[in-house]
Design a protein around this ligand. Structure first.
Ligand code: LLP
Length: 421
């Protein structure tokens, strides 16, 4: 459920008309609903009620300061994967002991930053990372709390570019080597092993792979305990999928996912962490764009937008589907037209969708991409020197620009022309 609904034929974000935002900030832009963000966070929090737990928002999905400040205020911890995300979380007032640090390539600078600023735990992904973190911690005279990310070799049945739990992926250590790696960590005085981490992929629409992975984690917990390790925390990652197509069956609910977690690991007496991103932010955002031209091709019509692949790269990168809807609802009984919906960037990959049935559109009409809150703005770029598009946050009947559109001058001023040219 989200808060983007039609009222008298006009698309609203909560109590604000999308057309009013477009008039104020220009197109294209991202718009997020505070109510949806909060609701989705609380669905997870409630799904784990009764267990000692922390829901850490995967900031990579949507890291605008306003959004993370809002979620932190609701009680979310943060899952960060870079020094930049760590700095953002701290700037939003999140305490170090509510921040987990994930990722396969943490640098010495990132380790230092987090050890000095405070960290709940590092999710360590390899032996070399372990050795380096140990050295950095000893150098600073502190002990780094860690979990070790295990790769359970489970097929997440999602797009190949976002599956992470198979042995061929770069993530975690093979679960078969866990015993040896935990023993190695136990011998490093700069590290304190507190648990196990697992994350098998993103946009999972079936609970079975989670169940397989979490059962393996439960078995591993018992085994490592019998080998003398203290396993008191399980980080179960993110990955629960969202309905990108309204017409399709819905993926499992956070409540089903919570019940699964309780069933698999609930009796181990561990503190549970999860790292959802997409399910919290995905359907909390739209990307709104204006139709620039309708162009007649030889055998098709192109709807050419003012938004492009640099603004929302998911269709080009993962063949991802986004529902695309008119901001002004079509009259009942209007017959649809078929369009290839494209951006203005100079490559054929700049295609959002092909042969999509839509209400007839004209130049100047506004359209909205649904489910664009997650991995939308954060993955955008200024390719073709198209300035980053603004982000807007709505709450009730108010809205605010939470990231401004740079002017051409701002964009140019970031480059430096050496005086010797
Ligand atoms: N934890 C870890 C360690 C992760 O690698 C990820 C996502 C998450 C949590 C959050 O997963 P989520 O709940 O959002 O599925 N750009 C891609 C998605 C990449 C996901 C990367 N890792 C997309 O647009 O579909």
């Amino acid at each position: 459920m989200d808060h983007f609904l039609y009222r008298d034929g006009a698309l609203f974000a909560e109590d604000v008309a999308i057309a009013d935002i477009a008039a104020a900030v220009g197109t294209p832009f991202y718009v997020y609903s505070s109510a949806t963000l909060k609701r989705h966070f609380h669905l997870f929090d409630e799904a784990l009620a009764g267990m000692d737990h922390l829901v850490c928002f995967a900031m990579k999905s949507l890291s605008n300061q306003a959004v993370i400040t809002l979620l932190a205020g609701e009680g979310a911890g943060m899952d960060v994967v870079s020094g930049g995300e760590y700095a953002r979380a701290k700037a939003a007032g999140v305490l170090g002991d509510r921040i987990v640090f994930s990722g396969v390539g943490k640098t010495v600078d990132e380790m230092r930053l987090a050890l000095q600023g405070g960290i709940r735990q590092f999710n360590v992904e390899s032996e070399p990372e372990m050795a380096r973190l140990n050295a950095v911690a000893l150098d600073l005279g502190v002990v780094a709390p860690i979990t070790i990310r295990v790769n359970p070799d489970v097929d997440a049945k999602t797009h190949a570019k976002i599956a992470t739990g198979k042995s061929e992926n770069k993530f975690g250590i093979p679960i078969s080597r866990a015993s040896a790696v935990y023993a190695l960590a136990a011998g490093m005085p700069g590290l304190k092993v507190i648990g196990i981490d697992v994350h098998i992929g993103s946009q999972l629409t079936d609970l079975a792979p989670f169940e397989q992975a979490y059962q393996k984690v439960a078995e591993l917990t018992q085994q490592l305990r019998s080998e003398g390790h203290e396993i008191s925390r399980l980080d179960l990652g993110g990955g629960l999928g969202i309905p990108y197509e309204r017409s399709n069956a819905s993926p499992p609910l956070p409540s089903d996912y919570g019940a699964l977690i309780k069933r698999c690991v609930g009796d181990l007496g561990c503190e549970i962490e999860i790292e959802p991103g997409r399910l919290i932010s995905g359907n909390a955002g739209l990307m709104v764009s204006e139709v620039v031209y309708i162009k007649e091709g030889e055998d098709r019509q192109f709807m050419i937008l003012d938004a492009a692949m640099n603004d929302l790269i998911r269709p080009a990168m993962y063949e991802a589907h986004h529902d695309i809807i008119p901001v002004k609802e079509a009259e009942v009984g209007t017959l649809p037209e078929t369009y290839d919906i494209v951006g203005p960037v100079c490559e054929s990959g700049d295609t959002f969708t092909k042969a999509r049935a839509m209400a007839p559109a004209m130049a100047g009409d506004l359209i909205a991409f649904r489910s664009a809150g997650a991995y939308g703005a954060v993955m955008s770029s200024e390719y073709n020197s198209r300035p980053l598009i603004p982000e807007v946050l709505v709450q009730g009947d108010q809205f605010a620009v939470i990231r401004q559109r740079p002017t051409y001058e701002d964009m140019i001023a970031r480059d430096i022309v050496p005086e010797w040219i």
